[in-house]
Write a protein that binds this ligand. Structure first.
Ligand code: AMP
Length: 113
């Protein structure tokens, strides 16, 4: 566990949070400050800080993130579409340096930036 990482603490149950889904590679929680009616975070169990740190050994984990996102989108009834976002670095507004995929949906989303 990385000591000051909020997502590592959630993964390890040190900060209470409802995991709405989990598998061998990742877990899913609802964002504490949702921007859309459905806003969940798909978070790898492994503390990887950024997409640029991934290599071939992460192939299965990365697939699991996307598979989990699509599973949850279906579970949440997002029949009309949804958006998946990785914020990377300051300019993108990344707050937590533990890789995570945002799943946003439940309303019409505006432009990309
Ligand atoms: P990012 O800006 O891409 O790093 O996204 C981090 C996200 O984590 C933000 O949308 C926060 O609202 C969310 N967040 C921070 N702390 C928690 C928490 N304890 N439980 C759920 N979501 C959180």
């Amino acid at each position: 566990m990385v000591d000051d990482c909020i997502f590592c603490k959630i993964r390890d149950g040190k900060i209470p949070s409802e995991k709405i889904y989990s598998n061998d590679y990742c877990f899913v929680i609802r964002d504490i400050a949702p921007r859309t009616p459905t806003h969940v975070l798909i978070i790898p169990n492994e503390h990887v800080t950024a997409l640029s740190k991934l290599d071939k050994q992460h192939h299965e984990m990365l697939c699991a993130l996307f598979e989990s996102a699509e599973k949850i989108a279906k579970q949440e009834g997002l029949k009309n579409g949804h958006r998946l976002v990785f914020n990377q670095g300051d300019d993108a507004g990344q707050q937590v340096e533990h890789l995570h995929l945002h799943l946003l949906g439940g309303r019409r989303l505006s432009g990309m930036a």
